[in-house]
Design a binder for this molecule. Sequence first.
Ligand SMILES: C[S@@+](CC[C@H](N)C(=O)[O-])C[C@H]1O[C@@H](n2cnc3c(N)ncnc32)[C@H](O)[C@@H]1O
Length: 220
Amino acid sequence: MQRIFESERMADEERARYAQADFFDSNRRFLAHFQEKFPDFCRGLVLDVGCGPGDVPLRFARRYAEATVHGLDSSAAMLRYAQNALARAPDLRSRVRFVQGRLPEAVLPRRSYDAIISNSLLHRLPETASLWQALSELGRPGACVCMMDLHRPGSEAQARELVERHAGDKPEPVKRDFLQSLRAAFKVEEIRQQLTEAKLLLSVETCDDHHLLIWGALPA
Ligand SMILES: C[S@@+](CC[C@H](N)C(=O)[O-])C[C@H]1O[C@@H](n2cnc3c(N)ncnc32)[C@H](O)[C@@H]1O
């Protein structure tokens, strides 16, 4: 199946559906993958690229009591959901900060991060070269990198089957968003090729029937 790119910018209704949808299970699994791949990580400065409504940064801050987490997102509207979520977690306010900006040109509060994470961003990007370039510039030597995203199914029929399996009980617009995102996702081999071109030695693997994980350390 050919990649069908969906706009990097979510329409208002899609953004509202996304922010209110229940991705807690997938976000919980993302944190579990990070813990499994980086068992020695316990403190430091974490950057979540394309943090959306903020559940992942809050989860990381809660799990790692000595970490500070910056969530970057290009959408001011999405960050309002994140700020509201942070307002409901007063114990995390001193260690979580949300920043509006678009990679690669975003100006971040710090120059060098100990871990760079991202969930469900890649399939929203028209191209990934600038993201891979930004990783090398934003991570300190040896920084942990962990990104999860959808992977594109082999055919339209498989994509529709995945939508039914995982969102069969959801309203039609949610199912449609999911199908479009599956069509826009990259395949494992495509990401591997991108990383080779970017000279980044990161691992890429599928982690369930519709997600892939990119992980590893930046050069020390
Ligand atoms: C599908 S949402 C994922 C949100 C969040 N990571 C999560 O797991 O719930 C993708 C997010 O990436 C943001 N985004 C897209 N392109 C971006 C870029 N170039 N720089 C920063 N954020 C971006 C969008 O505004 C959107 O909030």
